[in-house]
Design a protein around this ligand. Structure first.
Ligand code: HOZ
Length: 428
């Protein structure tokens, strides 16, 4: 930890909190953040050379594991031809074709991050419906644009600031907040206000992992149709992870607009939003909804994304990551049962999460009862044992194609050892 510590000491002098994104600062779990030197397959290595089995996976995009040679080669080949053109190139067309083909979305616009994708999709939804209000869910996270920093999840929840300073009352006023998994709370708002769109993480993965109850997503579809609002699926986490067609395919519910993030860039900075042609053609230069960006469709990011999505054509990838995640989740649940702990595990596809201090985690209120101090202790012990988990109770564990059965077994052995130790010391 010596080099990481020295880097952090330098970083805090020149960067707020020493980091470029808050959760990484380890404030919720204590200790100094790891500074990463390199990553390969299922592992990341810190500046001191210590390796960890990684379940953060760069917050999702490393679905094939770190430093995949095919993606690396594609990036190298693209870099030989220039780093940015600010003009159209073939790779953008190919990636757009691949995304539309995988997801059934008719048209797509590339941007640089999930935040940008959501911000732009909301503008489009407002223009298309000629309405102002938006419904989001408490604990869902849709990036850090002003209107989405209202009862936000992820880092906002981790730092205990789900409503950010700096967001004006006028902006916040147009964001209505409903309760995830509670259709009644959505309908009440739809009855009262003219709503442009309902935006949802189909699987809420930024308040830990919370699964949609049966009928919740189809219910949202029905309500949006009844009240002429658009349904927006934020698939930054679920997209291309629950399967090639994301949550839309997994749950059999089609949204009007879908946002994607880093996973379509193989780890490079990319995002995209897409939907039906009739809606998407409201975007400039076809229509009057302005949205632009020099680095949108950047050739290096497109090359990485194309290489990643090409490998996701292989069904074995999904079979493997889902199997590994089931093994992980079942193992953690078994440990909870054996040790008689008050904790629970949620899992879907290759996403999972262990909550401390609660026995079910099926909505925001339940999740707010989780014991974040216990999670912090567990996190630190697991880190010391060589397992890198998200430094927050309110994030997901991401399993990749590079995680082997042995990695999962090693993780479970260490988890059991840590939980036993915590129990014997009276922490649990
Ligand atoms: N809170 C972000 C993930 N949901 C973290 C992003 C980052 O630190 O890279």
């Amino acid at each position: 930890m010596e080099k990481s510590k020295a880097l952090f000491n330098r970083a805090v002098k020149v960067m707020p909190g020493g980091v470029n994104s808050p959760v990484r600062a380890f404030k919720a779990v204590g200790g100094n953040p790891l500074f990463i030197d390199r990553a390969d397959g299922p592992k990341i290595y810190d500046a001191d050379g210590k390796g960890y089995i990684d379940y953060v996976s760069s917050w999702g995009p490393m679905i094939l594991g770190h430093n995949n040679p095919k993606i690396r080669d594609a990036v190298k080949a693209a870099a030989q031809k220039g780093l940015s053109f600010g003009a159209p190139a073939e790779a953008e067309v190919k990636l757009a074709e691949k995304i539309t083909n995988f997801t059934g979305i008719e048209m797509v616009r590339m941007v640089n991050s999930g935040t940008e994708a959501v911000m732009s999709a909301l503008r489009l939804a407002r223009a298309y419906t000629n309405r102002k209000k938006i419904i989001k869910f408490a604990g869902c996270y849709h990036g850090h644009s002003d209107s989405m920093l209202v009862k936000a999840g992820s880092g906002a929840l981790t730092t205990g600031e789900p409503d950010s300073l700096g967001v004006t009352g006028a902006v916040a006023e147009d964001t209505l907040v409903a309760a995830y998994n509670d259709l009644g709370s959505v309908e009440a708002l739809l009855k009262q206000y003219e709503v442009a769109c309902v935006i949802v993480e189909p699987v809420a993965a930024n308040m830990g992992v919370v699964l949609p109850r049966d009928g919740f997503l189809s219910g949202l579809r029905g309500l949006c149709d009844t009240y002429s609002a658009l349904l927006v699926f934020d698939e930054v986490i679920t997209g291309f992870r629950l399967g090639r067609g994301g949550a839309q395919e997994y749950y059999g519910v089609r949204a009007d607009l879908v946002t994607s993030g880093k996973i379509i860039g193989g780890g490079m900075p990319v995002g995209a939003y897409g939907g039906k042609k009739a809606i998407m053609e409201y975007i400039s230069p076809c229509g009057a909804v302005y949205q632009a960006g020099t680095l949108s469709g950047n050739p290096i990011a497109m090359a990485a994304g194309l290489a990643q999505l090409a490998m996701l054509e292989n069904d074995e990838v999904y079979k493997h990551i889902d199997q590994m995640c089931v093994k992980l989740a079942n193992g953690m649940s078994a440990a909870i049962k054996d040790l008689g702990l008050k904790a629970c595990v949620n899992q879907v596809g290759s996403l999972c999460c262990m909550f401390f201090g609660i026995e079910t985690a099926d909505d925001y209120q339940a999740v707010m009862g989780a014991d974040t101090k216990l999670y912090a202790r567990y996190f630190r012990e697991m880190l010391a044992a060589g397992i890198y988990l998200a430094p927050s109770q309110f994030e997901a564990m991401f399993v990749s194609f590079a995680h082997t059965g042995n990695d999962i077994t090693e993780t479970l052995n260490k988890a059991e050892m840590v939980l036993r130790k915590m129990k014997s010391e009276g922490a649990l």
